[in-house]
Design a protein around this ligand. Structure first.
Ligand SMILES: *[C@@H]1O[C@H](CO)[C@@H](O)[C@H](O)[C@H]1NC(C)=O
Ligand SMILES: *[C@@H]1O[C@H](CO)[C@@H](O)[C@H](O)[C@H]1NC(C)=O
Length: 459
């Protein structure tokens, strides 16, 4: 029985950014830093920011604009080797247009998932309109870690290297990041491959080859394809973590219009300065590389609106589908293990148990089973599984896996904002909202903002 958790692609993505007390909004911060030899008994870089413990090894390899998917696969993805596309997203209208004023005027009514600076874990996510975020983000140290709404996709350039060669069929989600800056991520890796493009601001990247993982004290939660360290990136304790001095690293600085490819499971640490906007494209690769669809491919300008993405969000949608499962992988797993099974089989029972764990709002066994067994045969044939369309499998995930972001019902109302945010008691706020939502569901009161075409997506 394979771990069901393998379908949880990016459950921790949002926990990884903390606000740094160290760097404010400064363009003058030198990166990579000048590493100073220690004078006294203390090890080099002790209690200094990460990067001050040893000099970098090299700058990350750079290309002007983009490369062909085949080169991308052969030289980078298959070898887990990062790269930078200098100007790889410079054709994004967003680079020129996305002032706060424009974003508010054009996209203010769309929903985003936000987090805020909190001293305790776990981080609480909130959902609100972009407009509400823009009004408050500087003052309150809020940042957006959400899906790039469909309405905004045409203002972000797509990367040539993703346009064929089975990358194009495995684009999982587009994320949208925005903050007023001064953020520092912890040292971590994510499950998926990722192309991270900067549209505003400056970001410095420290990249670490997996051969050094053993020196980083990485913690990998059982559920997750990702991992992180507890090392304080603003003040690395070299007495506690002396092996950090063995960790070689490469680096780059992104400016607006630049992109970096971060291979899945590749350790990195990132700092931002000043107002910062990024988009990230998360993708997976399955099995052998197959580029029959690249025949006749020639580089052309395209935007994210031209790309097929699995998990998306548009105005009025009930869930902002962040961090859900990998549909293709799930179908493969079903094909390998679920042909001939019934609802009472051990396999389905295991799926149910592993999904149900930790999600008190999971759908019933019957409800989940009926998504798979469309013809009500009581068992699954190979054809049933092959015929399962992406939408059905997505529905399965939505009903079986806790959403990474709040549902539309949990949009924070103004009163709750004031009450709970000021008292720094967001958790009670969320609990109260959940209770509210349950009551509302029971009395069959529908949110007016859920549009008709989304009723099929309802949980
Ligand atoms: C956003 O636009 C609304 C009107 O549509 C306005 O009331 C609000 O002040 C604007 N907010 C910002 C941050 O510009
Ligand atoms: C490669 O993909 C094409 C569809 O784009 C498919 O027809 C073909 O069978 C695949 N080849 C292999 C070896 O999987």
């Amino acid at each position: 029985m394979a771990e069901m958790s393998q379908y949880f692609r990016v459950p921790l993505i949002c926990v990884f950014v903390v606000f740094s007390a160290f760097y404010k909004s400064s363009d003058s911060v030198q990166f990579p830093p000048v590493v100073v030899d220690s004078t006294g008994a203390e090890p080099r870089g002790h209690l200094r920011p990460f990067g001050h413990q040893r000099e970098p090894d090299a700058k990350i390899v750079e290309y002007e604009r983009g490369i062909h998917p085949k080169d991308f696969w052969e030289n980078h993805v298959s070898k887990s080797r990062p790269l930078v596309f200098r100007g790889g997203a410079i054709g994004s209208l967003g680079v020129k247009l996305w002032s706060d004023e424009y974003l508010n005027r054009t996209y203010g009514d769309l929903d985003v998932i936000i987090e805020r600076k909190v001293e305790r874990r776990p981080q609480i996510k909130m959902r609100m309109t972009f407009s509400k975020f823009l009004e408050n983000y500087e003052e309150r140290s809020w940042y957006v870690v959400s899906l790039l709404p469909d309405e905004m996709r045409h203002e972000v350039e797509a990367q040539q290297c993703l346009m064929c060669g089975n990358f194009q069929k495995n684009l999982q989600e587009l994320n949208f990041w925005m903050s007023s800056g001064g953020t520092a991520s912890i040292i971590h890796f994510d499950a998926d491959h990722n192309i991270h493009c900067l549209l505003a601001g400056r970001k410095d990247f420290i990249m670490i080859d997996p051969v050094y993982n053993e020196y980083l004290n990485l913690y990998k939660p059982e559920e997750a394809g990702s991992a992180y360290t507890s090392i304080n990136v603003d003040a690395v304790d070299m007495v506690k973590f002396p092996e950090i001095r063995k960790v070689q690293w490469t680096w780059t600085t992104l400016l607006p219009g630049d992109c970096i490819f971060i291979p899945g499971k590749y350790v990195h640490q990132v700092r931002s300065y000043g107002r910062s906007i990024s988009t990230t494209t998360l993708f997976t690769t399955h099995g052998v590389y197959n580029d029959t669809d690249c025949e006749g491919f020639s580089p052309k300008y395209a935007t994210m609106a031209d790309m097929d993405i699995f998990w998306t969000y548009h105005k009025g949608q009930k869930t902002v589908d962040i961090g859900y499962g990998d549909v293709i992988l799930f179908r493969q797993e079903l094909l390998e293990r679920a042909v001939g099974i019934s609802k009472h089989s051990e396999f389905f029972e295991n799926i149910y148990e592993s999904f149900a764990d930790g999600f008190d709002e999971i759908a019933s066994r019957d409800e989940l089973w009926n998504i798979l067994d469309k013809h009500k045969r009581g068992f699954l044939t190979e054809k049933d599984i092959l015929d399962l369309d992406d939408e059905s499998l997505k529905t399965f995930f939505r009903k079986a896996v806790p959403p990474a972001g709040p549902l539309q019902e949990f949009i924070i109302s103004d009163e709750i904002h004031e009450k709970y945010l000021q008292e720094n008691d967001v958790e009670s706020g969320i609990l109260e909202l959940k209770e509210e939502a349950k009551k509302r569901e029971k009395s069959k009161l529908k949110m007016q903002t859920v549009s008709d075409d989304d009723s099929k997506d309802e949980l």
